[in-house]
Design a protein around this ligand. Structure first.
Ligand code: IDP
Ligand code: MG
Length: 166
């Protein structure tokens, strides 16, 4: 079944200059990139993304980690589309705990467990179709994707303002 997945190259991945390596590995899976951007992660976005982990002891450090307080304040967000891509990307990413991940997986090769206890595992990828939809809609607006994935509605925006080069 054709499906989509949200991938984040986390701040440690960017800080360690792993973007190229990770994208090369992902490209071997032959899926299509249908959206990408560099994001400065707000507290609100981080909380929504990790809403199911709110009661975990590592949650405060997880927020700091994904917001780049330990590395660099950005993540690279991508949406991939393809046949069974959720499972394939999860396999390539490896187990959540980098110490338990297959050594040739992305997390096994590049991740680490820090002394402050967060699994710095370089990459996020959606774990099931429901999560993928929620996460893609959280990180991307409809016009930022080249495919029409989900129903959209048009809303009136009054006096839109945007920043332009001075
Ligand atoms: P996943 O990223 O493999 O889907 P989740 O359980 O959704 O794993 O956890 C989200 C993120 O929270 C992980 O990628 C990792 O960075 C962090 N994390 C998860 N479990 C632990 C833990 O037991 N200790 C420290 N950090 C964790
Ligand atoms: Mg998860």
């Amino acid at each position: 079944m054709t499906e989509q997945t949200l991938i984040l190259i986390k701040p440690d991945g960017l800080k360690k200059s792993l973007t190229g390596n990770i994208l090369s590995k992902l490209s071997e899976l032959k899926f299509e990139i249908i959206g990408t951007k560099i994001v400065r992660v707000s507290e609100s976005l981080a909380r929504k993304h990790y809403k199911d982990l709110l009661d975990k002891p590592f949650f405060p450090d997880l927020l700091k980690y994904i917001r780049g307080e330990f590395h660099t304040r950005r993540v690279m967000a991508l949406v991939y589309s393809g046949e069974d891509c959720i499972k394939s990307v999860r396999k390539l990413a490896g187990a959540t705990n980098p110490e338990e991940a297959d050594p040739v997986s992305i997390r096994g090769a590049y991740g680490r467990v820090t002394t402050y206890g967060v699994f710095e595992n370089v990459i996020h990828c959606s774990s099931c179709p429901e999560d993928a939809k929620r996460e893609i809609q959280l990180w991307f607006e409809p016009d930022e994707l080249v495919d029409e994935l989900y129903p959209v509605q048009t809303v009136a925006v009054q006096k839109p303002q945007k920043r332009v080069w001075a």
